[in-house]
Design a protein around this ligand. Structure first.
Ligand SMILES: *[C@@H]1O[C@H](CO)[C@@H](O)[C@H](O)[C@H]1NC(C)=O
Ligand SMILES: *[C@@H]1O[C@H](CO)[C@@H](O)[C@H](O)[C@H]1NC(C)=O
Ligand SMILES: *[C@@H]1O[C@H](CO)[C@@H](O)[C@H](O)[C@H]1NC(C)=O
Ligand SMILES: *[C@@H]1O[C@H](CO)[C@@H](O)[C@H](O)[C@H]1NC(C)=O
Length: 444
C-alpha cells in the first residue's frame, strides 16, 4: 500500500514538474515569428539568378530568403552579402533541398520552440524538431550560424549541423553523428542532390562520384602510419607566426591526438582580407572551391581563393589536382591530358574530342561485344583506389565480361591490379605503358 501511494505521489509530482518545464520552455512572444512567402521579389543579384523574397531575419551580411530558379518551387535559404557590395550573393545554407515549397508557404518559430517550414497547404516540409526542448530564442550569428538557444545560451539546434554543399568558417563535418558529408547540387536550375559528395571518413577526406566511385582523397600519411582515426574536420582560419601567412584550413581532429605529430589538414589558401567570412563549396561540377568575402568593396566582394582541380602547377604547401581527375571534365567519354580534353577514343583509333564523344552500348551477351585497348590511360578511380588484385588481366576481363553493367576495365601490369568501370567518363592520359584500358564495344 505504501509503495502504491508513493508511486502515485511520484506520478503527481512528475506531472507538476513536466508542466513546469513546459511553461519554462515557452518562447517569448516577441521572439516567435510567422513569415509568409508572398509579396514583391527582391532586385539584387543572387547566385543561380533566381527570384527571391528576403525575410526580416538579417545579421549582416546574412539574410534568410525564399528563392526559386523555377516558378513556384522555393528553397528557404541563407544568403551572404549585402546590396552595398554590388556583387552576386551566394547561398550558404538551405533548409529544403529537393523539397521545394510554393507561394504562400510559411516559415515560423512557434511558441513551443519548433522552427517550421510548411507549404501553403500546411504540410510540414522541414522542421528542427525542437518543440518543448527549452528554446527561448532564434538568431543568425555573425558567422552565419542560425541557432535556437535555450535560457542558458546553449544551442538546442544550429544550422551548422545541416550543411548541403557548403560550409562556413567554424562549421564542422563529423565521422560519427553527422554531418558526414557535403552533396553537390544537381544543376543551376534544379536544387536536388547531384552526383558528387565530399565525405569525411576515419582515414581520409574523399570525393565520390555516385556515392561509391572515389576520384580524390587526402593523403594523410601519419593517419595511416600511426593507424589513428579522424573524428571531425572544421573549416578554420589558421593563425601562423606571421599574420600575412594565416591560411584557411580544413583542420581534422583525431582520436587520441597525443599519438600524432602533424595535425592532418587541407590547406585552402592564404587569408587575403581581414575577414573570417569564407566558405568551402562542393560545386555542381564536383570541384571543391573556397571563396572569401571582403565587405564594403563594390563590385568584387567575393574572391575565389582555392580550387582543388585546377590548371595551376602544384604550389608550396598547397594541394592541387589536374582538372583531368574530375569525372565529368571531358563529358560522357573523352581523353584528357594536362587539364585539356584531347581525344575521343574509338575502336578505330583516337579522334578529335567533342562534347558528343560517347561509347556505343555493347550489349550483355559475350557474343555481342568485344574489347579495344588503350595504352597509357587511367580511369578517374585508378589514382585514389586500390582496385582488385593481384589478378591476371584475363581474370580482370572475365569479371567485366560476366557483368552486364561493366563498360570496360583498367589494368596495371606492374601491380597486377584491376579496376572494373561502370561509368567511363573522363580517361586521363598518363603516358605509362603499364596502365591499360579495355573498352567494351559492339562486336559488329
Ligand atoms: C496567397 O495568399 C494571398 C492572401 O493571403 C492570396 O491573395 C493569394 O492569391 C495567394 N497566392 C497563391 C498563389 O495562392
Ligand atoms: C572534434 O573532435 C574533438 C576530438 O574528439 C573534440 O574535442 C571536439 O569537440 C570536436 N568538435 C566538434 C565541433 O565536434
Ligand atoms: C581586422 O579586423 C579586426 C576585427 O574586425 C580588427 O580589430 C583589426 O584591427 C583588423 N586588422 C586590420 C589589419 O585591418
Ligand atoms: C547469346 O548469344 C548466343 C549466340 O548468338 C545465343 O545462342 C544465346 O542464346 C545468347 N544468350 C542470351 C542470354 O541472350
Amino acid at each position: 500500500m505504501a509503495t502504491y501511494t508513493s508511486s502515485l505521489f511520484f506520478i503527481f509530482f512528475y506531472f507538476i514538474f513536466r508542466s513546469l518545464s513546459i511553461s519554462i520552455a515557452i518562447v517569448p512572444m516577441n521572439e516567435t515569428f510567422h513569415y509568409v512567402n508572398q509579396g514583391d521579389f527582391g532586385i539584387y543579384d543572387s547566385e543561380y539568378a533566381p527570384s527571391y523574397r528576403a525575410l526580416p531575419p538579417f545579421t549582416s551580411p546574412f539574410q534568410i530568403c525564399f528563392y526559386n530558379t523555377t516558378p513556384n518551387a522555393y528553397t528557404l535559404a541563407l544568403r551572404m552579402g549585402t546590396r552595398r557590395d554590388g556583387s552576386v550573393m551566394p547561398w550558404v545554407w538551405e533548409a529544403n533541398r529537393g523539397k521545394p515549397v510554393r507561394e504562400n508557404a510559411t516559415f515560423s518559430l512557434d511558441s513551443d520552440g519548433n522552427l517550421i517550414l510548411a507549404d501553403v497547404d500546411g504540410r510540414i516540409v522541414w522542421q528542427t524538431n525542437t518543440a518543448n526542448k527549452g528554446v527561448v530564442g532564434f538568431a543568425i550569428l555573425s558567422d552565419g550560424n542560425i541557432v535556437l538557444r535555450d535560457s542558458k545560451g546553449n544551442f538546442v539546434w544550429q544550422s551548422f549541423d545541416s550543411p548541403t554543399d557548403t560550409i562556413l568558417v567554424g562549421q564542422t563535418l563529423r565521422v560519427r553523428e553527422g554531418p558526414t558529408k557535403l552533396v553537390s547540387r544537381k544543376s543551376i536550375n534544379s536544387n536536388t542532390n547531384g552526383i558528387y559528395s565530399f565525405v569525411i571518413e576515419p582515414k581520409r577526406l574523399a570525393l565520390y562520384y555516385k556515392n561509391n566511385m572515389r576520384y580524390w582523397s587526402s593523403s594523410f600519411t601519419e593517419v595511416n602510419r600511426k593507424n589513428v582515426n579522424i573524428v571531425n574536420a572544421t573549416l578554420r582560419i589558421v593563425e601562423t607566426e606571421y599574420e600575412e601567412n594565416n591560411f584557411h584550413g580544413l583542420l581534422c581532429n583525431i582520436e587520441n591526438s597525443q599519438s600524432i605529430f602533424d595535425i592532418p589538414y587541407l590547406d585552402l589558401g592564404t587569408v587575403r582580407y581581414n575577414s573570417s567570412l569564407s566558405y568551402l563549396r562542393l560545386g555542381i561540377d564536383g570541384n571543391l572551391r573556397l571563396y572569401t568575402y571582403r565587405a564594403r568593396v563594390r563590385g568584387n566582394a567575393w574572391s575565389l581563393l582555392y580550387t582543388l582541380f585546377d590548371k595551376r602547377e602544384d604550389e608550396f604547401r598547397m594541394i592541387f589536382e589536374d582538372e583531368c581527375q574530375q569525372p565529368n571534365r571531358c563529358g560522357k567519354f573523352g581523353l584528357c591530358e594536362d587539364s585539356q580534353c584531347v581525344g575521343c577514343p574509338t575502336p578505330n583509333g583516337v579522334f578529335a574530342w567533342s562534347k558528343d564523344c560517347d561509347t556505343k552500348s555493347p550489349g550483355c551477351n559475350v557474343s555481342e561485344f568485344k574489347y579495344y585497348e588503350l595504352k597509357g590511360v587511367d580511369h578517374f578511380t585508378v589514382k585514389y583506389t586500390d582496385g582488385i588484385g593481384p589478378v591476371t588481366r584475363g581474370d580482370c576481363e572475365s569479371k567485366c565480361s560476366k557483368d552486364c553493367k561493366c563498360l570496360g576495365y583498367f589494368y596495371r601490369t606492374d601491380k597486377s591490379r584491376c579496376w572494373i568501370a561502370y561509368d567511363l567518363k573522363t580517361l586521363t592520359r598518363v603516358g605509362k605503358s603499364t596502365h591499360l584500358a579495355y573498352i567494351k564495344t559492339p562486336a559488329r
